[in-house]
Ligand binder design. Structure first.
Ligand SMILES: [Zn+2]
Length: 306
């Protein structure tokens, strides 16, 4: 489980062109506890010598630990130049106890490390991250959203710590504005070139609160696609999916009706809970695809090649 989840996070880094390297033994390394990951914590190493010319000075300590704390001390090391180095797949000693001022939705517990992956950004902390490192940290936030279903599962150590930690910082003792950081991470996904929202025939409705009305969105598709739907914060329900294949002789769309997964998986009017990115197969030859949804917050829709 730990290795699979780590590789899912790595896949997101690669999707955003963040270079990834691996510390040998990463897939076996951990503090001996079994993971039950529910989110991720963002830290700074506070290493003063971190710079473009010395982008990952803390690797050995993050792997082996300190005299007062055995390693590994994180799962991912964010290097000053924007590379991500995978240190350990299994739980690491980075988070201490949780219960700080902004811990939710993560649990309050004295044994927090098995529940959270740790990203140690290798920079002094009393200065801002380099732009490259900041991008890697933002993509880490996107990865937590993708893997655990909500952008809110990414927390700063400052938010969860009960010991007054202030990382990640941008000036001495000052923590990065994490609400703005999480919003920026969501915006990062909007910049993906495959984003389809601008092609939607109707603007997506974004309710201010829970909205149980069923709406329909239609997306064009000229070849075989997967329809990928990702909830940003709160659930999205997909009632049914309709696709239209080859047009009639006069060029009008010919409805094939139903949905591609069959009535057992998606009964008409049924409600499928989409808490994390989920893909739906669309048959080859489809020209247009529509789905019925209701939602509690905004969400994204993309078409990926099959
Ligand atoms: Zn920390």
């Amino acid at each position: 489980m730990s290795v699979d989840l780590t590789l899912k996070v790595v896949q997101v880094f690669r999707e955003f062109a963040v270079p990834v390297t691996f510390e040998p033994g990463w897939e076996r390394r951990g503090n001996g506890l079994t993971s039950a990951y529910k989110g991720g914590i963002l830290h700074h190493t506070g290493t003063a010598s971190a710079s473009y010319s010395n982008p990952s000075p803390t690797t050995r300590i993050l792997r082996d630990g300190r005299s007062d704390l055995p390693g590994p001390l994180c799962n991912f090391q964010g290097c000053f130049d924007g590379r991500v180095h995978v240190i350990a797949a299994h739980p690491a000693n980075h988070a201490g106890a949780s219960g700080g001022y902004n811990t939710a939705p993560l649990p309050v517990t004295r044994l927090f490390n098995p529940q959270v992956m740790g990203f140690e950004a290798d920079y002094p902390g009393a200065t801002p991250m380099s732009p490259e490192l900041r991008k890697a940290a933002l993509v880490y936030a996107v990865a937590m959203w993708r893997v655990f279903g909500s952008i809110q599962t990414l927390r700063a150590h400052a938010e969860t710590s009960v010991e007054g930690k202030w990382d990640p910082g941008y000036a001495s003792g000052r923590t990065v504005d994490m609400n703005a950081f999480r919003s920026e991470a969501v915006q990062l996904t909007a910049a993906l070139p495959r984003k389809l929202l601008s092609y939607l025939e109707d603007p997506m409705r974004v309710p201010a609160s829970m909205d149980t009305t069923a709406y329909t969105l239609a997306v064009p598709g000229s070849r075989a696609h997967k329809l990928v739907i990702a909830a940003h914060d709160k659930p999205v329900w997909i009632g049914s999916i309709f696709n239209w294949a080859a047009p009639n002789a006069d060029g009008t769309p010919r409805g094939t009706g139903g949905n591609p997964k069959g009535t057992a998986a998606f009964p008409p009017g049924g409600k499928i809970d989409v808490n994390c990115p989920r893909s739906f197969d669309i048959p080859a030859g489809t020209l247009r695809c529509a789905f019925e949804y209701s939602c509690a917050s905004d969400f994204s829709v993309t078409l990926d090649p099959q």
